[in-house]
Design a binder for this molecule. Structure first.
Ligand code: AMP
Length: 299
């Protein structure tokens, strides 16, 4: 059966050992039963095309929660015009199999109309920390994080998780979601897990599939640059670290969209290591892919 054609309202489908839901009401009903039975619920939001980064979140959720919900939704609201929404890799069969292997209980894979029905007009905006880094109007812009915060708020309302899991790879997203959960009183614990990397250091990403062989080799410069930034910052100064990182990128012929150090929590600019966690983040286009990565320098 082609599950992409399964309309909302159709019964949930067992698939590779997990139950697939298209309709939020049915998911809610299944979760209400679990909650009434005293079972804890973990949520892992994803856009699918699963890799080791997603799997580490799923395994952490499996270890801590009785019921693990993975959402699988390529959220159009977080893609700007001209971004890669249409080219974003999708493989639901493979994702279902990997989710089952990782111990997921329920997959929530709604069609776009289930999330954004006609007349949908509410947006969640986390001000301030979504206007820097990727949210800078000259880059993806704050609309990207408006799309992320809106869909995550909806997922929190639909699923009602005790714990929600996110990857530190998207550090700005983690900061925005923590702030949103606090500001809007979502009774959920936010867990951020370390970035999972390929053996050569490249941060795993669904977008790595868009890299040709030469660009795949060059892309490793991002993680190399961030290691140089941390080394330089600890040994000398934050400025020296950023300079060393810039050299690494230049040597690979990569012009960063940004390479900046900011406070890891409120994303305010920082000039030096200051006893609080500092985030050094980079974004760059490498061939056909826009890649991001970061390092958290703990005091
Ligand atoms: P995505 O499907 O790209 O929206 O990612 C879903 C979740 O997986 C987000 O919380 C990401 O931060 C997280 N994630 C993506 N890549 C990695 C990675 N390499 N390591 C850890 N978490 C990741």
């Amino acid at each position: 059966m082609d599950l992409m054609n399964l309309a909302p309202g159709n019964s949930p489908q067992a698939r590779s050992g997990v139950t697939f839901f298209r309709a939020k009401d049915e998911l809610r009903a299944a979760l209400a039963e679990a909650r009434d039975a005293g079972r804890s619920i973990g949520l892992v939001p994803t856009m699918g095309s699963l890799h080791g980064g997603h799997l580490s979140l799923l395994r952490a959720a499996r270890a801590e929660c009785d019921v693990v919900v993975m959402s699988l939704f390529v959220n159009p609201a977080q893609f700007g015009p001209g971004e890669d929404l249409d080219r974003y890799p999708r493989d639901e069969d493979r994702d279902a199999r990997l989710a089952a292997e990782a111990g997921v209980t329920f997959v929530y894979a709604p069609p776009v109309e289930e999330v954004y029905p006609e007349g949908f007009s509410t947006r969640v905006e986390v001000e301030g920390l979504t206007e820097v880094f990727c949210g800078d109007p000259a880059r993806r812009g704050p609309g990207h994080f408006r799309g992320v915060a809106t869909v995550v708020a909806k997922l929190f309302n639909t699923v009602g998780p005790d714990i929600a899991y996110f990857g530190q790879k998207d550090a700005q997203q983690v900061a925005a979601i923590r702030r949103m959960a606090r500001d809007l009183d979502f009774p959920v614990r936010i867990e951020a897990l370390p970035t999972v990397r390929e053996p050569d250091g490249l941060a795993m990403s669904s977008r790595n599939a868009c890299l040709g062989p030469e660009d795949r080799k060059r892309a490793v410069a991002l993680s190399r640059a961030l290691r140089a930034a941390e080394r330089g910052a600890r040994a000398d100064s934050l400025g020296a670290g950023i300079e060393a990182a810039r050299h690494e990128l230049e040597a690979a012929g990569i012009e960063p969209e940004y390479l900046e150090a900011r406070d890891a929590e409120d994303l305010a600019p920082v000039a030096e290591l200051n006893g609080r966690p500092v985030l050094v983040a980079v974004a760059a286009r490498v061939g056909g892919a826009r890649l991001i990565d970061n390092v958290l320098i703990r005091p």
